[in-house]
Design a protein around this ligand. Structure first.
Ligand code: HEC
Ligand code: HEC
Length: 329
């Protein structure tokens, strides 16, 4: 019996040691930063500015936000990072059903400052962080950074984003290191997934395919689809059916069902859809409860072509009835 227990203990020790070696030695899965170089032209810069300000909204997370104004516009200095989240952070936005944040997570500076921002990174390192979830030092990026939504972003678009970020004024702004509690500190290393080659652009003439692409990189899909807690992929048979809860002050707000069901976009037309996006092009004062987690003001700058493509894609979805979720699971 004793020797049996000893054998079991030995197997356990080996299994745990093996798991630790795997997690710390081999995760996150990654490739060396790709040899990715951006040719900067005025068109590329303008395209990058459009994507960052009106589609990808990088600064909504990488800056502080002003929740006294409608849709919580990002506050200058844009891209310089924001105060860390920890166990005392009051939830604004998606309700992960876990109270405060388990540990400390600081959204860092993505201005081109060399010491505290991304000024010293190569284009390949920035592209890998955005699409593959691996930081410059090979660490996994916690998936509040939506690299898994950006994974399909074309080389053309990610290149334009990098060119634009580099053209911005550098701001010195250091953020403390991340500290995640167990078991998050292990789990988050499992997620990153390297790309295996170049990512082609989607032809804009194919509005349905291009619209689908936009709903991923603009994170419409993320906020408007149920997810099982801890999983990055949406629940496939609930795609775009909304009902995801967001905390706004004392109120819980649910994202809209974007499928053509009568509880969703059923009564809407393309014109109504476009007009909703043009309704608020400037922020205005609101109470927290009247505010929206969706940055309508930033999205109002999307082109008719891009919003129209999103509409065309949403119209191809199977109609699903809205189910309000208790939490983000
Ligand atoms: C929904 C919020 C959110 C959005 C939107 C977002 N980020 Fe992030 N980003 C994060 C968080 C959170 C981290 C920190 C992750 C960590 O430390 O594990 C991060 C980290 C990064 C890093 C790594 C910084 C470092 O010093 O390691 C880069 C680079 C970055 N983001 C660029 C971008 C760009 C470019 C965009 C827009 C295309 C963007 N992010 C959009 C939340 C966001
Ligand atoms: C950060 C999360 C988030 C993102 C990103 C987001 N939404 Fe929303 N959306 C919401 C929430 C929450 C609501 C409900 C509150 C409101 O109407 O403002 C909403 C409401 C809507 C509505 C209904 C508005 C109305 O008047 O009833 C539409 C249409 C919509 N979103 C479309 C989109 C599209 C298209 C995108 C991508 C371009 C998108 N959303 C991105 C969270 C989000």
């Amino acid at each position: 019996m004793r020797s049996f227990l000893k054998a079991v203990a030995a197997v356990l020790v080996i299994a745990i040691a093996g798991a630790l070696i795997y997690v710390y030695g081999y995760l996150p899965r990654q490739r060396p930063a790709p040899d990715f170089r951006v040719d900067v032209t005025p068109e590329v810069l303008a395209h990058g500015e459009y994507l960052v300000k009106h589609v990808l909204l990088c600064n909504d997370c990488h800056s502080e936000r002003d929740w006294t104004l409608y849709s919580g516009p990002a506050k200058p200095p844009l891209g310089a990072g924001r105060p860390c989240m920890d166990e005392n952070t009051k939830a604004v936005g998606i309700n992960f059903g876990m109270g405060g944040f388990p540990g400390r997570l600081c959204i860092r500076n993505i201005t081109p400052d060399v010491e505290s921002g991304i000024g010293g990174w190569t284009d390949g390192e920035i592209a890998r962080a955005i699409r593959e979830g691996v930081s410059r030092d090979g660490q996994a990026l916690f998936p509040i950074m939506p690299w898994f939504m950006y994974a399909g972003m074309s080389d053309e678009d990610v290149g334009a984003v990098i060119a634009y970020l580099r053209s911005q004024p550098p701001v010195k702004s250091f953020r403390p290191d991340r500290q995640l509690d167990f078991p998050l500190n292990i789990i988050f290393r499992l997620y990153p997934k390297p790309l295996d080659g170049p990512v082609a652009s989607i032809p804009r003439g194919d509005t349905v395919a291009y619209g689908q692409y936009l709903t991923r990189i603009a994170r419409c899909e993320f906020c408007h689809t149920a997810r099982v807690r801890g999983q990055l992929e949406p629940v496939p048979d609930r795609l775009f059916s909304g009902g995801v809860p967001f905390v706004m002050g004392t109120r819980t707000q649910y994202s809209k069902n974007l499928t053509p069901h009568e509880t969703g976009m059923g009564g809407w037309t393309k014109d109504v859809f476009l007009a909703r996006f043009r309704a608020h092009t400037e922020p205005f004062p609101v109470t927290e409860e009247e505010n929206s987690e969706m940055d309508w003001v930033a999205f109002s700058g999307m082109t008719d072509g891009d919003l129209g493509a999103i509409w065309d894609f949403l119209q191809t979805l199977p109609p699903l009835e809205t189910k309000l979720l208790d939490r983000a699971d």
